[in-house]
Write a protein that binds this ligand. Structure first.
Ligand SMILES: NC(=O)c1ccc[n+]([C@@H]2O[C@H](COP(=O)([O-])OP(=O)(O)OC[C@H]3O[C@@H](n4cnc5c(N)ncnc54)[C@H](OP(=O)(O)O)[C@@H]3O)[C@@H](O)[C@H]2O)c1
Length: 330
């Protein structure tokens, strides 16, 4: 009888031991996933419930600068800044769209000041000098690097000049502008913020718009490093990754891209973004905005990037866009 009891206990112990071992192992494997999800969602959720910060008060600012402020997201940001009582320098292509936006800003906020700098962020153009000349007498602690466009099609089929112009506008111009204004903030011991409008394309492979994805990865990465370097000086830096927004962005494309066209069906108006963008400032270095950005991040974080790229490479030739544009290639 005593022998039977001992054996039962031992069996239970072994069973418990195995169960415990399994639980520990499961815990070890589950921990990174649970940790990732919690740490990813916490700042995202905080940004959703947080009141929209008043940037004029936060940085004791009079002026802000927005690149690509002539239309779309940049225009919506310019209006939001003006609504907070800020004067705004709008930097954008020198065209009727910019003139129209400036007229609207001045009519809507007659007591505030607005300056426009019409320039092209293109290789060989000294656009930084144009911006410096227009802003040298101003203190500008709030900078939005937002101007951007996308060259579509296979990399080898796009003219090199166009690809380099894309890099200048989406990436290099942000470096020039950020370096100029952040240096002034640091030497003047002032607080401020720098916000980059990045994209989902910055954290997934983007065949047919490789240069665009690369420039967006560049600004997101730069934002993270500057976030670390400048946080203790009271300068907030972040990059936002919007889901599709209905703007001129898609009207200016060289090629139709079916995947983008279907994504655009869920596009939100640009005016839906500024509150969310402002709520990201001072909270996180990277912010995913909207379902597509959050879904893409959460759906791909567990995939090793090499593996993801290989799967994409296998599937890509079956995509309609590939078939359309591959006709004149080998
Ligand atoms: N729309 C989306 O779904 C989406 C999603 C994720 C990220 N983004 C990013 O959001 C930013 C704003 O795009 P958006 O959707 O608002 O498009 P948009 O309406 O076309 O705005 C782009 C702005 O950049 C200006 N711009 C374009 N090329 C320029 C150049 N070479 N030099 C100076 N300014 C230039 C444009 O001037 P004009 O007004 O004269 O054209 C315009 O003001 C871009 O960086 C884009 O990559 C957009």
């Amino acid at each position: 009888m005593a022998e039977e009891t001992c054996s039962a206990l031992a069996t239970t112990a072994v069973t418990n031991g195995v169960a415990m071992w399994q639980v520990v192992l499961l815990g070890i494997f589950a921990f990174p996933t649970i940790f990732w999800i919690v740490m990813y969602l916490l700042p995202q959720l905080y940004c959703v419930i947080r009141p929209v910060p008043d940037l004029k008060k936060r940085y004791n600012a009079e002026w802000a600068l927005v690149t690509g402020g002539g239309s779309g997201i940049g225009k919506a940001i310019s209006f939001k800044l003006a609504k907070q009582g800020l004067n705004v320098v709008v930097v954008s292509l020198d065209d009727d769209i910019l003139k129209d936006t400036m007229k609207q800003l001045r009519e809507t906020f007659p007591k505030q000041q607005f300056k426009s700098v019409g320039c092209n962020f293109s290789p060989g153009v000294d656009y930084l000098k144009q911006i410096q000349d227009a802003t040298n007498d101003l203190e500008i602690p709030i900078i939005f690097n937002n101007a951007g466009f996308m060259v579509t099609g296979f990399f080898d089929q796009a003219p090199l000049g166009k690809l380099l112009a894309n890099m200048e506008c989406n990436a290099t111009a942000s470096v020039n502008i950020t370096h100029h204004f952040v240096s002034k903030l640091v030497s003047g011991k002032k607080k401020g913020c720098v916000v980059f409008t990045s994209s989902v394309a910055g954290f997934i492979p983007t065949p047919f718009s490789g240069m665009y994805g690369a420039t967006k990865a560049f600004v997101s990465q730069l934002a993270c490093s500057l976030h670390i370097e400048l946080q203790s000086l009271g300068i907030d830096v972040c990059a936002v990754h919007p889901s599709p927004v209905s703007s001129n962005f898609y009207n200016n494309l060289d090629h139709k891209i079916e995947i983008l066209e279907s994504a655009c069906k869920q596009a939100v108006p640009p005016e839906a973004l500024p509150d969310d963008i402002f709520r990201s400032i001072g909270v996180c270095a990277l912010r995913d905005l909207g379902g597509m950005a959050v879904g893409s991040r959460m759906g791909t974080f567990w995939l090793p990037y090499n593996f993801f790229t290989e799967v994409f490479a296998t599937a890509a030739p079956y995509l309609p866009d590939w078939k359309t544009h591959n006709k004149t290639r080998r």
